[in-house]
Design a binder for this molecule. Structure first.
Ligand SMILES: [Zn+2]
Length: 244
């Protein structure tokens, strides 16, 4: 669930996040682009234009917010990512991309997944990389919008990175600076930080490094998984996914 998770994990706070999930929800993207090209574009149209270009294309059907479709997902069958838990196990996706108002996967944090799992579940690397930052000092049940998350941030070989969140106390099994391979044990899940008191693992991916650049400059990116059911639009909220 993650509550207002956009501000957790000690990433730099972006005040604009509070307003911006799928924000283009009020904007017809095609019209916005047309407006951008008009020399007589009213000033008020500029922000929606920029925002639409920055966040990418979104589509809504008949004004139904739940039917919106996020775009830009890489081909799932050739995805570099596997589910972050052991083959043969399954977990429910409690929050996926661009969650409803009041939840955390919105704004610059709108691409991400929450996998419900009991405290102590083995969390494995969805992709290989180098661990660059971790926090594991907090205790299960320490719930807060910011500052209480146990997490791990990893950089991949192409400069993208992944954030794994809400580990249990002293629950990270790798060290900062360590190179990890896909499927390797990263640690044990927990219920720390902005979890809405639901034990789960949060996973999101970034095309650049939000630790150094800030979450405003480095928003979450869409990603898919190759070792589970077809997920061309990413994993879906409310569905259970088995790792093969
Ligand atoms: Zn989350």
């Amino acid at each position: 669930m993650c509550g207002a998770e956009r501000n957790s994990f000690t990433l730099r706070r972006n005040p604009a996040d509070a307003k911006s999930c799928c924000v283009v929800n009020q904007v017809n993207v095609r019209d916005a682009h047309l407006s951008c090209n008009r020399s007589t574009t009213p000033r008020f149209a500029v922000l929606p234009c920029l925002r639409a270009r920055i966040i990418g294309l979104l589509e809504f059907k008949d004004g139904d917010r739940d039917s919106r479709v996020l775009r830009g997902f890489p081909d799932w069958q050739t995805s570099p990512y596997v589910l972050p838990y052991a083959a043969g196990t399954s977990h429910l996706v409690d929050q996926a991309n661009c969650s409803p108002a009041g939840n955390g996967h919105r704004g610059t944090a709108r691409y991400g997944y929450d996998f419900l799992m009991p405290i102590g579940t083995r969390v494995t690397a969805a992709r290989g990389g180098v661990v660059v930052l971790l926090e594991e000092s907090h205790f299960d049940g320490e719930i807060a919008a910011t500052g209480k998350d146990n997490y791990l941030y990893m950089v991949h070989d192409d400069g993208t990175g992944a954030l794994y969140g809400h580990f249990t106390n002293q629950g990270i099994a790798v060290d900062s600076g360590q190179t990890v391979l896909p499927g390797m044990l990263l640690g044990f899940s927990g219920n720390t930080g902005n979890t809405a008191n639901k034990p789960h693992l949060h996973l999101s991916v970034f095309k650049c490094n939000p630790v150094t650049l800030g979450s405003a400059a480095c928003p979450t990116a869409p990603f898919t998984f190759r070792n589970t059911d077809p997920n061309p639009q990413g994993l879906q909220r409310g569905q259970t996914y088995a790792a093969h």
